[in-house]
Design a protein around this ligand. Structure first.
Ligand code: GTQ
Length: 345
């Protein structure tokens, strides 16, 4: 590979003359924007331990009333991007949100897509587009782009969930904004009930549902038993994983990020090939050692980590006597739409 000319090789007054009219030469930056053979990610393999997050989040509950926060969230920021960028990866934002009994996080809607993975506590709910979605550990609740959503809490314990948004991408696109709204009346017609059975959808009277997002809540009970059944049926299968999809179309549940649940058999080691998208791993039940390139993280329940793209990941179930369940989020739908999705073995 030949060395290209540097900016210092050019006469300073020539560079200045160009800059005055908003021009810059490409060649000093060409290898930076098109590095050889694979990208140079800013995203760093990073782990966030729930044991670190929880006390700081509960402290936020004491320090900042919900009215002063709207969303009481500690952001899981990737140091590779700089903490102030509030991003876990190029397209993923992660936040741990706390709602205390009786609190209400008011209705709004925004352009970024979000999901919530419930970490602990009972009695809270999110109302999405008028649909009340109860929150229980392991449930996945979608709040897709443009839909009104608000969080309420009728229970007695602190409730914590993990927010995953495509905010960094939508913000980079200069397309991020929100609108505040009124408390939503609750409507009947719950997607999590209508679509509760896999392979079964409500019979349309004239035509199939035209709702862009017919299912907004994916109960953990259903996902967990689907994984157990799949593992039982397919003893030959290494990667026991389900994808959260739109039950009417079979497409990814949201447009930009992909969401999955994975089961590691007792003692299992699972090698995932290097793929172009970044990926987030969050332990719902059990514990896993996650090896990302040369780094290893020991994840126990409610811990979260992320891997940069183009990096192989190995997951190992730390329990020899029980399965481990992992929630995953990645940028695959985006990469596929952009035509840049790659798997490298
Ligand atoms: O709960 O609506 O973590 O709007 C960031 C932005 C959560 C939410 C976040 C949000 C929300």
């Amino acid at each position: 590979m030949n060395d290209l000319g540097r900016i210092e090789d050019l006469p300073a007054d020539y560079v200045e003359e160009m800059r005055k009219v908003n021009l810059v030469p490409l060649w000093p930056s060409l290898r930076g924007v098109l590095p050889p053979l694979k990208p140079k990610p800013q995203t760093r393999a990073t782990m966030w331990a729930y044991a670190d997050i929880k006390p700081l989040l509960l402290k936020a509950g004491e320090l900042t009333p919900i009215e002063k926060a709207e969303r009481r969230v500690l952001v899981l920021a990737n140091p590779g991007h700089g903490l102030d960028k509030m991003q876990a990866s190029p397209a993923m934002y992660l936040g741990m949100q706390l709602l205390l009994p009786g609190e209400w996080a008011p209705s709004h809607r925004h352009t970024p897509n979000a999901v919530r993975m419930i970490v602990e506590g009972e009695g809270a709910y999110t109302t999405v587009d008028g649909e009340k979605c109860p929150m229980s550990r392991g449930d996945l609740i979608l709040t897709p782009t443009g839909l009104w959503h608000e969080h309420g809490h009728d229970g007695t314990d602190a409730v914590v969930w993990l927010d995953v948004l495509d905010l960094p991408l939508v913000y980079y696109m200069e397309a991020s904004y929100h609108i505040n709204g009124e408390r939503q009346p609750i409507k009947p017609d719950r997607g999590d009930r209508a679509y509760a059975g896999g392979g079964m959808v409500p019979t349309p009277i004239f035509e199939r549902s035209h709702k862009a997002y017919p299912m907004l809540r994916y109960p953990w009970d259903e996902a967990r038993s689907a994984l157990l059944r799949l593992g039982q049926d397919r003893q030959d299968l290494d990667c026991i994983q389900i994808t959260y999809v739109n039950p009417e179309t079979g497409n990814d549940a949201e447009n930009i990020l992909g969401f999955y649940a994975l089961m590691l058999r007792p003692g299992q080691t699972l090698r995932l090939p290097a793929r172009s998208p970044s990926c987030v791993f969050h332990v719902i039940e059990g514990g896993a050692d996650v090896k990302i390139d040369e780094q290893s993280f020991a994840l126990t329940e409610a811990d979260t980590c992320c891997s940069p793209g183009y990096t192989p990941v190995t997951l190992h179930n730390r329990h020899a006597d029980k399965p481990t369940f992992v929630f995953m989020a990645d940028e695959s739908p985006l990469h596929r739409k952009l035509g840049v999705y790659e798997v490298r073995n």
